[in-house]
Ligand binder design. Sequence first.
Ligand code: MCA
Ligand code: AMP
Length: 468
Amino acid sequence: MAAPLLSSLTEPGGDRPDALAVAGRPCSREDLLGAAGAVAARIAGAPVVAVRATASLETVTAVTGALLAGVPVVPVPPDSGPAERDHILRDSGAALLLTGAGEDEAAGEGPGGSGVETVPVDVRERVAWSEPEAEPDSTAFILYTSGTTGAPKGALISRRAVAADLDALAEAWAWTPEDTLVHGLPLFHVHGLVLGVLGALRVGSRLVHTGRPTPEAYAAAGGSLYFGVPTVWGRVVREESAARALSGARLLVSGSAPLPAPVFHAMERLTGQRPVERYGMTETLITVSARADGERRPGYVGTPLAGIATRVVAEPGADIGELQISGPTLFDGYLNRPEATSGSFTEDGWFRTGDIAAIEEDGAHRIVGRASTDMIKSGGYRIGAGEVENALLDHPAVREAAVVGAPHEDLGQEIVAYVVADGVGERELIDFVAERLSVHKRPRKVRFLEALPRNAMGKPQKKLLPPL
Ligand code: MCA
Ligand code: AMP
């Protein structure tokens, strides 16, 4: 039975003035606890709270405060436009939005908005919070994540799942209080927020969040443990001196998307060590990883973490098929979407990842691709083609839209939109999506067609779209 989620943060000991540093601002664990206590005192009893999740000390304080108070947290991407933000706030039922002081205007939450009250977070406040932690089965996070169609769904993640995942990762990576974790990932997803903030707080390691995940910032941070998505690692190896500066680190971890083999080999050549790849999903947290004391093979994401079971369900005679997962790190379903929840599990209770994988005889897992081409991974962000198509169709000049992920050297995949439209240009449509959804969901290219290719039933055929 795992210790309560925040147990190591609330125990005294091992503190230092720069126990964490976020975008250049240091903070001790004691000060974080005091400031988070002030947040907890303000929001205690709320059913759910949203956090405008900038890469800042305010976000870390807000999330810690909500977890202290036992209030489920809904991180809102700070650059999300009205369509995405209003959906997240309405769907989650959040009545409060925690923001950095002075960010109310930027949050766009005025009277007549989504009826959400903005609560500023002041990291200088101190309140000693001494209430017991919420039950392990209660919800820690509602994480909005895209499916292939429609608006993002809120995945319910329990405190128990987070604690179990962080403990299993600490074991696999030999992650201890002696480590300094460095990353600059966004604080509204599992990777940057759950692993990258709560992981450090639970293990008791130092945390340096670099604000942005640039090669220069990673090189300057002097960490022992680094997290990045493949796009970040690709950029690091293209700045050879930055990559060489990481040679003293203990573990370079890559996840959220496939790490291209050339980037893996360049990391090994420039840093003297092979990266550790790990695989996960919002709905399952991280489930499979290479180990600190195990083999690291390009193209493979390692073996299941302690407590996780995996299986590949393949057609007769095939050795690749859908990867399915069971274990204590799984989510509790999609908020208010029982059908989507039951559809994501098999009859015998395994979670259907939608990823196509192979498991070698020695247990090493290889992710081959996605079952659906309508799920795009760009820069490590998961983007549903349907959500971008709907945003494009909201533009008055657009009559039809089909969105695909095209291979891209830096981003893994880039979003390409094929549209049937009159009197509108590429730049206007890109900006239209960037402003309604999040900036990373914007198409990078738009192609104008006379008509979308369709089958005899009238269904668009993405496979028949012309090449770029
Ligand atoms: C460009 N910009 C625009 C526009 N075009 N802004 C508004 N409208 C436009 N039309 C601006 C942006 O605001 C930003 O400005 C700048 O351009 C760069 O944006 P972008 O090009 O999108 O960024 P990028 O350089 O391509 O980003 C690469 C990245 C990013 C930093 C690697 O993709 C990233 O942070 N990825 C991490 C995703 C992640 O954490 N996924 C984990 C999911 P400015 O620079 O001024 O701000 S969790 C998960 O997958 C599981 C559990 C797992 O396994 O981990
Ligand atoms: P998300 O829900 O944003 O966490 O995205 C989850 C998806 O990211 C998975 O279903 C995979 O398709 C992909 N993914 C995560 N980690 C890896 C990895 N190491 N290799 C390949 N794909 C990955």
